[in-house]
Write a protein that binds this ligand. Structure first.
Ligand SMILES: *Cc1c(COP(=O)(O)O)cnc(C)c1O
Length: 397
């Protein structure tokens, strides 16, 4: 039996694959320290859990409108007003089964054969896959570590052709953790408005930012870009709700209603129970976000300082819960049984020799780096760094 050609265009999510391998080794009884998690290690706050339990008890367990309930859309609209100074109405908002689902559906309604979609690298692993599955072509823009892995206006302008349909922007960036400033976004917005391409802005780590660095969406920099921008966000990262599968997109009504139409034919509505939980997340007490961020900050500081102390060059990112150290100085070293030539070799070596799981940077489009998530306890982080140190001491140049 022959599968459709499109299946062959993409690979399974490498981050989920590493996490699965680490979990399988754990299940075999191996004591694995995992820096591979792409999700908060905190529990969903209890007020949110209770809202879901109430939804079940009250029989709120049936289909909802495919694009989400008005109650949740209103909570999202209030959130945009309160946090981002952005105004939308209900017909400009769609609720999906996670931000990933919003992004996938946006690609389906916007992109087709012949379209080019600009993706700055390092990128979140799923962006190129969304573009490829929509028959379009990802155009990867390499960025420089010395420039905090940010794409600049000249680079963007040079990459735009008559076939360019959109750019996918993500800030804070997964995997680098860097945050675009107002002026950096403003410079990009000038190019984008001039060329008339669309921006898909993935704001999922909006609330996980340190050192009082402010968050901006590109729309904040220029009013004219609003009609060209789709904002994607969700509750997964901010409220430790990855398993609930609620994300959303906001933007021009024509595009949002096309997403709703697609959803109505492929998934129907996001879980009714999860939508009730998301309403509580967005409208209830927000205090624990700061508590989680404080904890992430302690971990970030420990990890950055101690990776540098053991000779792994790691810049200090301002957001998300990842660091993206440069490990290329280890390439070319050997150990009993092998040689380390790239990020996949190094990740394999660390998993086999040190029982530490990290994600190779090549998965994000940069082979000189690896990604470590600090969405794990400080005890695990301390032990993990110790093990990495021991493993790299054993390498021979
Ligand atoms: C986790 C993540 C998402 C997806 O989040 P869900 O709402 O759980 O689908 C989207 N973008 C980036 C950059 C992420 O890291």
């Amino acid at each position: 039996m022959k599968l459709a050609e499109r299946v062959g265009r993409i690979k399974p999510s490498p981050t989920l694959a590493i996490t699965a391998k680490a979990n399988a080794l754990k299940a075999e009884g191996k004591d694995i320290i995992s820096f591979s998690a792409g999700e908060p290690d905190f529990n969903t706050p209890s007020n949110i859990n209770n809202a879901a339990i109430r939804a079940i008890e009250n029989g709120f367990t049936k289909y909802t409108p495919a694009s989400g309930t008005d109650e949740l859309k209103d909570a999202i609209i209030d959130k945009f007003k309160r946090d981002n100074k952005l105004t939308y109405n209900r017909s400009q908002v769609v609720v999906s089964c996670g931000a990933k689902h919003s992004l996938y559906n946006l690609a389906q309604v916007l992109f087709e054969k012949g379209d080019e979609v600009i993706i700055p690298a390092p990128y979140w692993v799923s962006y190129p896959a969304f573009v490829l599955l929509a028959d379009a072509t990802p155009v990867i823009l390499e960025t420089k570590e010395a420039e905090e892995f940010k794409v600049g206006p000249a680079q963007l302008e040079n990459a735009i052709t008559k076939n360019t349909k959109a750019i996918i922007l993500n800030s804070p960036v997964n995997p680098t953790g860097f945050v675009y400033s107002f002026s950096e976004l403003e410079a990009l917005a000038d190019v984008i408005v001039k060329s008339g391409i669309l921006t898909i802005s993935d704001d999922i780590y909006e609330k996980i930012i340190y050192d009082d660095v402010p968050f901006f969406n590109i729309i904040n920099t220029r009013d004219e870009i609003k009609d060209l921008t789709l904002v994607v966000n969700g509750v997964s990262k901010t409220y430790a709700m990855t398993g609930w599968r609620i994300g959303y997109a906001a933007g021009p009504e024509k595009i949002i209603s096309a997403v709703s139409k697609i959803q109505s034919q492929n998934t129907s509505n996001p879980s009714s129970i999860s939508q009730k939980a998301a309403v509580e997340a967005l409208t209830g007490n927000q205090d624990y976000i700061g508590m989680m961020v404080d904890e992430y900050l302690t971990r970030r500081n420990y990890l950055v300082e101690n990776l540098n102390n053991i000779g792994i060059s790691c810049m200090t990112p301002q957001g998300s819960f990842y660091v993206f150290p440069n490990v290329s100085s280890l390439y070319g070293s050997s150990y009993m049984g092998g040689k380390i030539l790239n990020s996949v070799d190094l990740a394999g070596y660390l998993l086999d020799e040190a029982n530490v799981a990290v994600v190779p940077g090549v998965a994000f489009g940069n082979d000189d780096h690896i990604r470590l998530s600090y969405a794990t306890s400080i005890e695990n982080i301390k032990e993990g760094v110790k093990r990495i140190e021991k493993a790299i001491v054993n390498l021979e140049k």
